[in-house]
Design a binder for this molecule. Structure first.
Ligand code: NAD
Ligand code: FES
Length: 273
């Protein structure tokens, strides 16, 4: 059982919680994730670790209430407990001194981007961050990004705040600019990560995306998180979640993510599991 130490609503349908998990907080590295369960019968929900404090023993998770299970998680409050938190899982982000790194986050993908951009900056890279959402209300972690990254650019699809347009439109300005971009990291919804990969390909810039397929065991045994990268089958839970964006089969990822949409809808409407 893992206690929720803190819980706050940060945008419509999005909440942040700090969960007691001292061993995970001590071990986790940028890019890794956990799988959590609301209760013994609950669905296993993979979530990237947005932040952690090894001294205080907590990890920070940002959750978008999308389906039955994440809506149930949204009803929990500080003091409540989760049945379990398994992790840290996945291969940590490859961090080295690349040069100028362009970190692009869309919607809730801004949360998993944060520790990666932080680690890249700590390794001596110049870090340019572009974060975006559909509108001003849905922009998350702006203060946290601006506190750490000198260059944080906020975008909204409807122009209600910051740059008017998709994160890819703003990112293009940097790819066309005078600085040589050595690495792009793009995290967000699948159409956005596909658009980031398509954008950077003609520039020949190494592009990392963090995939979010359906996951069950998180140990490479069940095959649920199967993705195709460069013509090869990979299990995102043990070989990812980060992959070369130019090699990912985004059509297959989209198809597999929609596999249980009918059951998910039935479940949400019925309020059952
Ligand atoms: P959203 O649909 O509101 O999009 C967020 C931003 O991404 C937009 O403001 C825009 O700037 C950009 N974007 C979206 N579509 C684009 C396109 N076609 N071209 C260029 N840019 C585009 O995002 P949301 O509602 O936060 O996304 C929810 C989805 O993201 C869920 O399916 C969730 O599973 C997924 N997600 C993925 C990760 C991950 O690790 N990859 C993390 C969290 C959430
Ligand atoms: Fe089962 Fe990856 S979640 S193999």
């Amino acid at each position: 059982m893992n206690k929720i130490l803190f819980r706050e609503h940060i945008a419509p349908g999005i909440f942040h919680m700090k969960v007691e998990a001292p061993e995970i907080a001590a071990k986790r590295k940028a890019g890794q994730f956990v799988i959590i369960r609301h209760d013994e019968e609950g669905e296993r929900v993979p979530l990237t670790i947005a932040d952690a404090d090894p001294k205080a023993g907590w990890i920070s998770l940002i959750v978008q209430e999308m389906g039955y299970s994440t809506k149930r998680l949204g009803q929990l409050r500080a003091g409540d407990t989760l049945a379990d938190v398994v992790g840290p899982l996945g291969v940590p982000t490859h961090i080295e001194k690349f040069g100028t790194c362009l970190c692009i986050g869309g919607g809730v993908g801004v949360a998993p981007l944060y520790p990666i951009a932080e680690a890249l900056q700590a390794a001596g890279n110049e870090t340019v961050c572009v974060i975006g959402a559909r509108n001003k209300e849905l922009v998350i972690l702006e203060k946290e990004f601006k506190k750490i990254f000198k260059e944080t650019h906020v975008c909204t699809d409807d122009g209600s705040y910051g740059f008017h347009g998709f994160v890819t439109q703003k990112a293009k300005e940097f790819l066309d600019g005078p600085r040589k971009i050595a690495l792009v990291v793009g995290i967000g919804p699948v159409p956005m990560m596909r658009a980031v990969a398509n954008l950077t390909k003609p520039y020949g810039v190494k592009t990392v995306v963090s995939l979010n397929p359906i996951m069950l065991d998180g140990t490479g045994m069940c095959g649920a998180c199967r993705v195709n990268v460069g013509g090869e089958t990979k299990f995102a839970c043990i070989q990812g979640p980060e992959f070369d964006g130019h090699q990912v089969d985004f059509d297959l990822l989209t198809k597999r993510l929609g596999m249980y949409s009918v059951q998910e809808k039935q479940c949400t409407c019925a309020g059952g599991s």
